[in-house]
Ligand binder design. Structure first.
Ligand SMILES: [Zn+2]
Ligand SMILES: [Zn+2]
Length: 88
């Protein structure tokens, strides 16, 4: 999902993105590989692994966020959980 004028990830960012993508969905636990969501464009080190439903689905982050609400998790908690997983 490259957008025009979006800078390409650096080598270090790419390595991090690959590690995050290999993880299970941080919201519902669906088995990875996952999609990688950035809270803001280019904030790759704050990115998180999400399954398609929790990411782009109608009840995902870019939709109504119902899947997030039901599991009582917000974006900051998801970032924290991602780092917990990366350092496990
Ligand atoms: Zn999910
Ligand atoms: Zn996203």
């Amino acid at each position: 999902m490259r957008i025009k004028n979006k800078p390409a990830p650096t080598a270090a960012e790419k390595r991090h993105i690959e590690r995050v993508a290999a993880m299970d969905c941080v919201v519902c636990g669906a088995a990875g590989p996952s999609e990688v969501h950035e809270p803001e464009q280019g904030l790759w080190f704050a990115s998180m692994p999400l399954c398609p439903a929790c990411h782009r689905g109608p009840e995902g982050w870019h939709g109504t966020r119902l899947r997030w609400t039901l599991r009582r998790i917000n974006e900051l908690q998801a970032i924290n959980k991602t780092h917990e997983g990366l350092n496990a």
